[in-house]
Design a protein around this ligand. Structure first.
Ligand code: DLL
Length: 433
């Protein structure tokens, strides 16, 4: 099913004409209302009138997270506060949070985009959506909620946490769609098992998971444990929230970006040069319909590549590959670049380990060391020490072989690694402390 046939299956030429018109309107708007953007144009020696084609976009300077921080809290808003009906903020684990605002029209547009996204992910009007994304300043809960209502589905606004109660609700209310972070979805499966509840007895059909990186192997694990079809949804507060892009459940091959609202580019993070489709780099977004908080060439730090090939679902929208990591998440261990998701892929290939892991990076003298903590099942843990040691060795060899980095692997008992109710903490970098 496609929610908005016209915009989601539009020939590229027509789509690009709409994009250009919307882009030009947005640029005029921010030039007139946001001092930061006005200065950016001046710095580049251009005015919005100089942007005559989509290709001209690259003449405009990038916007970074630091720029948003410098304008904390409301300095990037492009409308008077009178017109702002909602404020969200990013969690701000690294420094000051980023604050974003929405007009009533923005909220309505977001709801519609989320309705489109949920439809692509397999949901429709008759579904009951168990929404376990956190409600609050985080965009996941409310963004999904408004989209579910717009779609006409029944939404259970359960939020994150209180996990045992969630399992009872799942049993009693019979939800058909689960929305959560992939790590919380796995935790729900674990708690269900402890409570003697089998996911095969529940009514779930599709799970719409995102807000953190997860690997293809993690998808298989989730699909197996939850007896569900799992699709990947992407978004970020600065650009809107969830629903910037989503996989269609038909193909599950890349996430369709809602290009009638956001223009994506992939750049070389070092040089800022725009890369051709298919090449991997940093994703950059320009919003072309937002009123309160437009972003122009915003550097997401997310790493991916773009693909314009037609999709079996019928959508003509460009697809981004699953995000493999963030430019600021990349660990450099003794000169080797490693993304947590690569380690995850290696771990998930090994039958004996559970999908709960954490990477600890430390510095001993001048050398960085990587320790991979990973859980194994109860049965294995009570086995001979030798069995465990052999498994540790095998995992460590695989990591060395696939990623070229030496890691010390430590198998730990079930439930040793802290469970998250939102985004999982995968890396503990003790070098910074
Ligand atoms: O995480 C919005 C969201 C909510 C998306 C619910 C999907 C579902 P932020 O908290 O601002 O917004 O975090 C945005 O999370 O730049 C990525 O690094 C990461 N991220 C989001 N979705 C994915 C995904 C929400 N599907 C940041 N795969 C982004 C990998 C993701 N990373």
């Amino acid at each position: 099913m496609i929610y908005d046939i016209e915009f989601e299956t539009m020939p590229r030429e027509a789509l690009e004409a709409i994009q250009l018109r919307r882009l030009q309107t947005t640029l005029e708007h921010v030039y007139a209302t946001v001092p930061f953007y006005h200065k950016q144009f001046e710095k580049a020696g251009i005015t919005p009138g100089d942007i005559k084609s989509l290709d001209d976009l690259k003449r405009i300077p990038f916007t970074t997270k630091q720029d948003l921080r410098d304008n904390y809290p409301f300095g990037m808003f492009a409308v008077p506060m009178d017109n702002v009906v909602r404020i969200h903020a990013s969690s701000g684990t690294t420094g000051q949070p980023t604050v974003v605002g929405y007009t009533a029209r923005d909220i309505n547009m977001w709801a519609k985009l989320m309705a489109r996204a949920l439809t692509a992910g397999g949901a429709s009007r008759g579904d009951i959506i168990h929404n376990a994304y956190g409600y609050g300043l985080f965009t996941g809960g409310l963004g999904t909620h408004y989209g579910a209502e717009k779609l006409g589905a029944s939404v259970i606004p359960v939020s994150g946490g209180n996990t045992k109660r969630q399992i009872i609700i799942m049993k009693d209310f019979g939800p058909t769609i689960l929305t959560a972070t992939p790590s919380y979805a796995l935790y729900l499966a674990e708690v269900a098992e402890d409570m003697g509840v089998d996911f095969t007895d529940l009514k779930f059909k599709f799970g719409i998971f995102g807000a953190e990186p997860w690997s293809e192997n993690m998808r298989h694990e989730i699909e197996r444990k939850l007896n569900i079809i799992a699709v990947d949804i992407y978004g970020l507060s600065e650009v809107m929230g969830p629903g910037v892009a989503i996989e269609c459940h038909e193909a599950k091959q890349g996430l369709h970006i809602f290009e009638d609202h956001f223009i994506p580019e992939v750049i070389d993070p070092d040089t800022g040069e725009v890369l051709p489709d298919g090449e991997t780099g940093e994703l950059v977004f320009t919003s072309i319909t937002k009123e309160a908080f437009p972003v122009i060439r915003y550097r997401t730090r997310d790493i991916t590549s773009l693909n314009k090939e037609p999709c079996i679902c019928g959508r003509t929208l460009i697809r981004m590959n699953r995000v493999s990591g963030r430019t600021d998440d990349m660990l450099i261990i003794r000169g080797v670049n490693v993304f947590p998701s690569q380690i995850e892929s290696v771990l998930m290939e090994i039958d004996e380990v559970e999908p709960h892991y954490q990477l600890v990076v430390e510095r001993e003298g001048k050398l960085d060391t990587l320790t991979v903590l990973v859980e194994v099942g109860e049965r294995l843990f009570s086995d001979e020490v030798k069995v465990l040691q052999n498994l540790e060795k095998r995992i460590s060899n695989n990591i060395k072989e696939y990623l070229g980095v030496s890691a010390q692997v430590k198998l730990v008992e079930p439930k040793v690694i802290a469970r998250s109710q939102g985004k999982a903490v995968r890396v503990i970098d003790k070098r910074k402390i």
